[in-house]
Design a protein around this ligand. Sequence first.
Ligand code: SF4
Length: 258
Amino acid sequence: MTPTDKLAFVGYPPLGLDENSFDGVLVSCTFTWDKGICEDIARQWRFHYPDKSVSVGGPAYGDAGENFTPCLFLRRGVTITSRGCPNRCCMAGQREGNIRLLPIMDGYEVQDNNLLACPPEHIARVFAMLRNQPFRPRLTGGLEASRITREIAREIISLDPECLYTAYDRPGQRESVERAAAIFKEVSGWSKSKIKTRISCYTVGGYPGDTREAADRRAHEIVTFGFRVWAQAWRGEDGKVDPEWRDWSGKICTMGGK
Ligand code: SF4
C-alpha cells in the first residue's frame, strides 16, 4: 500500500537526497508498536535536514483521518471515501468515530473501514467511480457481511471485482457471513472456484476470550461457506503475537487453498 513515488521512503532517510526537492517530512505510523522506530526516523530526518519541518502522525497516534489525499500515504490507485464506522469492534471505529463521508477520489482499491455503512447514495457514487477506473475494483477494506443484500451484491458483481473481502471474527457474525455467502452464490452465478478466487474472508484468532478451537471452527466455516480464508493472529499492545498462536495463521491460510 506504500506510495512508490520518488519522495516516498520506508525507514531511515536515504543518502544524497536533494534538499531542494522537498519542503518537509511527514512520518506516517500505522501501528502503535512502531511508534518508537517512527520517532527515531523523525529524529534522523531532523538531524540530516535541520531546516525542514518534520512531523510524526498517523493511525498509531490516534489520527482520525480528517481527509484523504490520494497518493500521499497510500499508493496510487488506493482510495478512501469514508472514515469511521458505526460499530466499535476494532480501533477504527473507536478512533475515527461514526461514519463520515469524504469527497470521492479516483481509485480502484477501496480501503474504507465500512463502505456499506455509508448512505446508499454515497455507495452508488463510489460504485459509479469504480466503473470508470482503468483496473478492476479491489474491495479490500472489508464489506460488513450483515449489510450485504441482494441489491448490493448484484451491484458489486456487476463491477466484476478482482477481489472483495468480508470478515468473520466473532461467533455472532456466523449467520450473516453464511447469509452473505449464499447471496453471492445466488446472485453471481459464479462457480465455486471463482467465488473462492475472488471472495475472501478475514478472521482474527487469539484475541482476549478467543480459543484455538473456536478460531479453527470459524476458519473451517469460512471454507465451508465457499470463501477463501485470510487468517491473522491477534497482536497485543506491544505488537507481539502470543507464542501459542504464532503458527496459527500460516496453517489456516493454507487450508482450502490459499
Ligand atoms: S465493522 Fe470493521 S471497521 Fe467497523 S469497528 Fe468493526 S472491525 Fe472495525
